[in-house]
Design a binder for this molecule. Structure first.
Ligand SMILES: *Cc1c(COP(=O)(O)O)cnc(C)c1O
Length: 395
């Protein structure tokens, strides 16, 4: 049997390679940060991590994690409800609720699991899920696991959302679901208008704050802060794997009864391990830091504005961003790969994206700004872009 399957896989794999879509892992030999060492020993500036607040290698978080190894051990060897809940897991859940101004929170091993486990326990075939077309893969998979009727609206298109809400009036309960920040363009979901339409058409709202929590809003509380909707959104999901330290872990937070039901019926919570004590403890420390100062958010916002302004001045076409994601538009797929490769030679780590990850003819370099970047890092990146851009006829 395997001989046939093997040649089938080889054929598929060479197809992926021919299409230029074959993914290779880039090996890093240092901690994650603004400056990283790669496998050939070279140091490069990193502009493609989700390390928005520069916390991935933060000394205070490392200290909290080390202490927890001594006080709470290495692993818990259990799902939460059997014997995998330590005091620090509860403290972390409370800290998440406080941060978002919500009623309760539940931890998962990852936001992929939070999204995978949120729909099926809450909604049935009598209900409707109305989902943004550009929502994250984990939302799409979570919706697939649920029997609710599915409606899809074009990215951030409020006319389309209204049309879909009208169609969904036949169902019992309606849930609109959107990413807070969309990862390819860096645009923020128009949550104010979504909330308004939800009111008009009697729907609930869920927002995935993975790319927005810690990042957008004056104090980094995410999209609900941007639109002054703190405490009014039924469901928020998010990750501890991006701005919040970058280790691992996800959560769902929102209305008390919803979280309560997830503790009873959410499968990734019931049938998968608890996050390690050191991750929970570092998470608690991280939210303490967030409650004391907005320094990192301020620096991130300054860095992003500086980078975008300078890049536009240099002649680049940057998608209007409302987050820490800056899409440098090149439109041509091959050009995006050439620019990314040349930038890497110049010591700048970025990623080129093209169809099918972004629409045809919208190839780009995605630059992710961090509070961990210093002015000199940003200037070096802008200079390299300018040099390579001129060389390849972009500007
Ligand atoms: C990254 C991301 C996730 C997955 O988060 P993990 O904790 O890494 O599983 C889910 N949703 C969105 C919108 C994301 O950007």
């Amino acid at each position: 049997m395997y001989e046939n399957f093997k040649s089938h896989l080889q054929e598929e794999l060479s197809g992926i390679e021919k299409a230029g879509l074959y993914k290779n892992e880039r090996i890093i030999t240092s901690p994650q940060g603004a400056v990283i060492r790669v496998s050939d020993g070279k140091e490069v500036l990193n502009f493609c991590a989700n390390n928005y607040l520069g916390l991935s290698n933060n000394p205070s978080l490392i200290d909290a994690a080390k202490k927890a190894l001594d006080t709470h051990g290495y692993g818990v060897s259990s799902v939460r409800f059997i014997c995998g809940t330590q005091d620090i897991h509860k403290t972390l859940e409370a800290a998440i609720s406080t941060f978002f101004g919500t009623e309760d929170a539940i931890l998962y091993a990852a936001c992929f699991d939070a999204n995978g486990g949120v729909f099926e326990p809450l909604l049935t075939e009598k209900d409707a899920i109305i989902s943004d077309a550009l929502n994250h893969a984990s939302i799409i998979d979570g919706v697939r696991l649920c029997k609710a009727q599915r409606y899809r609206y074009a990215n951030a298109d409020m006319n389309d959302l209204e049309q879909q809400l009208k169609k969904a009036q036949a169902q019992r309960f309606r849930l609109i679901v959107t990413d807070g920040v969309f990862s390819m363009d860096g645009n923020v979901a128009p949550l104010d208008k979504i909330y308004e339409l939800a009111g008009k058409y009697n729907a609930m709202v869920m927002v995935d704050e993975s790319h927005s929590a810690g990042v957008v809003g004056k104090t980094g509380r995410g999209v609900t802060e941007v639109y002054d909707l703190k405490g009014r959104i039924e469901i928020i999901t998010g990750t501890l794997g991006k701005a919040f330290g970058g280790a691992i872990g996800g959560f769902t937070t929102g209305r008390k009864e919803i979280i309560d039901m997830l503790r009873q019926r959410s499968r990734p919570y019931l049938f998968s391990n608890s996050i390690p004590p050191m991750v929970a403890a570092a998470g608690v420390r991280m939210f303490e830091m967030m409650s004391q100062t907005n320094e990192l958010q301020d620096k991130l916002h300054e860095n992003t504005a500086y980078f975008v302004d300078k890049m536009i001045a240099a002649g680049f076409d940057i998608k209007p961003t409302e987050s820490a994601i800056c899409a440098v538009m090149l439109y041509d797929a091959k050009l995006s790969q050439d620019v990314a490769a040349r930038l890497q030679e110049e010591g700048i780590y970025v990623t080129g994206f093209y169809y099918p990850v972004v629409p045809k003819g919208e190839a780009r370099i995605r630059v992710q700004i961090s509070a961990g970047h210093e002015r000199t890092h940003l200037d070096k990146c802008i200079d390299a872009f300018t040099k390579v851009g001129k060389e390849l006829g972009v500007i």
